[in-house]
Design a protein around this ligand. Structure first.
Ligand code: PEP
Ligand code: MN
Length: 369
């Protein structure tokens, strides 16, 4: 079922076509650090500044944020630059303290979005206010949970709402701190086109060097804006030192972004695109035919395995298929990560077909007995 939200238009967040920019340090560390960072950010006129007051850290004994005491000076320093301050809240108490101190906007972090109890507590705390809020994706790749958190806030009367894509935890090694799984925010956009959707390349990458490329990808995927961590002295930051960039680097990043249009009236280009797309349509039709053929063969294999009491999973055969196909794909310059995922999908579908077939055969025997 498509989620129904009652939202203010995106223009409530951003007055023009420019992507929304929210930037500032991972954590508000000291008044001097926040002031130095803000002074350098102010000429860029971001739409809001961010600062973590309470920090959800993976392991104990790390800096867990200055806490409540930082609110008064952070609010004051942001106001000096005439920039709205946005902070992360993870409980009803955080909401009360932040709003009382004069914080203008709130966001919910990835570790909180996973927990409907906490999200509901936050929703109850913001009820009756009109504070603009953003919701980061949950750490696990679960679009329903992400949408659920947004719905809870919307039901509490928050209509200036948006989502932040910050990537998803994974067990495998990756160049990213959090895997982007772009298909998930793309699906969010399809389901909720009216919802503001911004990207946080800092937490996806975990690496300041990767931030500009990820920001460009987000713009190319038509995200509405960016949340980027900046620090006047990233190397000495008290949290997320590896991924923060300086305000000067942010300036270069923003100036280097290429903005593209979704459509054009150029007849030659449109004709070329049309031709390429019809070729893709044909290839897809062939692909579906080939998939059907493969699935029919897998069923036939299932039928003979069942007749001969042979297990569905054949580890040696699977390993042989996996290695040989990966090698062949590599020769054709097909990305190994993509091929690995595709092979797992194909294999799982064959297994599903055979499991279903074995069960039907068992049920028939039972019925006949
Ligand atoms: C943060 O924004 O500093 C933060 C803690 O992010 P996330 O919730 O994405 O981990
Ligand atoms: Mn951070």
């Amino acid at each position: 079922m498509n989620p129904q939200l009652n939202l203010l238009p995106k223009s409530a967040w951003k007055p023009d076509d420019r992507p929304l920019l929210i930037t500032g340090p991972c954590s508000a560390e000291t008044p001097a650090q926040f002031r130095a960072t803000l002074e350098q950010l102010a000429p860029l006129r971001p739409d809001a500044v961010r600062a973590g007051i309470w920090k959800p850290r993976t392991r104990p004994n790390n800096f867990e944020g200055v806490g409540k005491e930082a609110l008064s000076w952070a609010v004051e320093l942001a106001a000096e630059q005439d920039l709205p301050l946005m902070v992360e809240v993870a409980s009803g108490k955080h909401v009360d303290e932040a709003l009382q101190a004069g914080v203008k906007m709130l966001w919910i972090g990835a570790r909180t979005t996973v927990n409907p109890f906490m999200v509901q507590e936050i929703a109850d705390a913001v009820q009756g206010t009109s504070v603009p809020m953003l919701v980061k994706n949950p750490v696990n790749p679960d679009l329903e949970l992400w949408i659920g958190a947004i719905e809870r806030l919307n039901k509490a009367g928050i209509t200036q709402l948006g989502a932040i894509h910050r990537g998803f935890s994974g067990y495998e090694k990756s160049i990213f701190r959090n895997h982007p799984n772009w298909e998930i925010p793309i699906e969010m956009k399809r389901l909720l086109p009216e919802l503001l959707l911004i990207c946080d390349p800092s937490h996806i990458s975990g690496n300041s060097l990767l931030v500009p490329d990820l920001a460009q990808i987000a713009i190319d995927l038509d995200f509405d804006g960016l949340m980027i961590e900046t620090h006047f002295d990233p190397q000495n930051a008290w949290s997320d030192a590896k991924q923060q960039i300086t305000p000067q680097e942010l300036k270069a990043l923003m100036a280097g972004l290429i903005y593209r249009r979704e459509q054009t009236d150029d007849v030659v280009f449109n004709a070329k695109l049309e031709e390429l797309r019809s070729q893709i349509d044909e290839v897809d039709a062939r692909l579906i035919e080939i998939l059907r053929e493969r699935l029919l063969l897998a069923s036939e294999v299932g039928r003979v395995k069942n007749q001969n009491d042979i297990t569905i999973l054949q580890p040696r055969r699977w390993s042989e298929i996996f290695n040989s196909r990966l090698e062949k794909a590599a020769q054709s310059e097909i990305d190994s990560h993509f091929m690995t995922r595709l092979l797992h999908l194909l294999h799982q579908e064959s297994i599903n077909t055979q499991v279903k077939m074995f069960k039907e055969a068992r049920d028939t025997v039972k019925k006949d007995a």
